[in-house]
Write a protein that binds this ligand. Structure first.
Ligand SMILES: [Fe+2]
Ligand SMILES: [Fe+2]
Length: 256
């Protein structure tokens, strides 16, 4: 069953959390269906593990073949490896992904399937139409992928943050939003230190998102953050050393 993150005046944000659970080989991940005034898009639909159940679960809320867009924060397997099947299922939906991945994602598909259907998001971001309004594709480059976007919904004031804000690990409840960051940090810290590229980009990101009214940050793995946890998370990552900040000669030694 999906979680209803927002539902008001024909605008609906649904999160699927349990299509590939923590504990198996594959990392738990979230997929999103956003609907406005009978238009629907999916955000980070995931890989082949999620496809079948996501398709079925979606049919109760929206006819998958009528989706107008497949939106990807970056090009990782847990984000978009199911692209071939979504291209078949949706016939005319456009794929929105960073311009720097535009010519790489066709490798997920059979030859010719993506022709004329990929919209490369330019580095500064763009507006992506959704029903009566739009989503904002916000630059999140190197958080963690070189061409990375997050998606801000001005109606629900939800920031779909991709891998930034992810929480992982045993005992984590991905379905229940956290309101306080402190007890949630053990599920986040190791991931952010290794998968985020550098503190420099986190500082740029924090500066950008502080200008937006955000009610919820919803990552692609683990639990959403709301209430005080939103600002606490922004403050936390702004000072976090990660990725290349932590690399030394020891990390580049030839294995024995
Ligand atoms: Fe990723
Ligand atoms: Fe991911």
């Amino acid at each position: 069953m999906p979680i209803e993150l927002f539902n008001k005046d024909g605008h609906l944000c649904l999160m699927f959390t349990d299509l590939c659970r923590e504990g198996g080989e594959a990392v738990q991940s979230n997929q999103f269906l956003l609907i406005d005034n009978k238009t629907g898009v999916i955000v980070d639909p995931g890989g082949n593990l999620a496809y079948g159940e996501l398709y079925l679960g979606m049919t109760q809320h929206f006819a998958p073949h009528q989706l107008s867009a497949i939106i990807a924060s970056h090009a990782d397997p847990d984000i978009i490896a199911s692209l071939d099947r979504w291209m078949t299922a949706t016939a005319t939906a456009k794929v929105y992904i960073s311009r720097i991945w535009e010519r790489f994602v066709p490798h997920f598909c059979k030859s010719g399937k993506t022709t004329g259907r990929i919209v490369g998001i330019p580095d500064p971001g763009m507006r992506i139409p959704l029903g009566r309004g739009h989503l904002l594709a916000l630059p999140a480059h190197f958080l963690h992928s070189e061409g990375n976007f997050q998606f801000y919904d001005p109606v629900s004031r939800i920031l779909f943050s991709g891998d930034l804000g992810a929480s992982l690990g045993h005992g984590l409840d991905a379905q229940t939003p956290v309101t306080s960051l402190a007890e949630h940090l053990p599920y986040m810290e190791g991931f952010h230190r290794r998968y985020m590229v550098a503190n420099k980009v986190l500082r740029h990101w924090a500066q950008m998102v502080r200008k937006l009214p955000i009610d919820m940050i919803v990552p692609q793995h683990g639990a959403p953050m709301k209430g005080p946890a939103v600002q606490e998370f922004i403050d936390w990552v702004e000072t976090l050393s990660c990725g290349i900040d932590l690399m030394t000669d020891r990390d580049y030694a030839i294995p024995g």
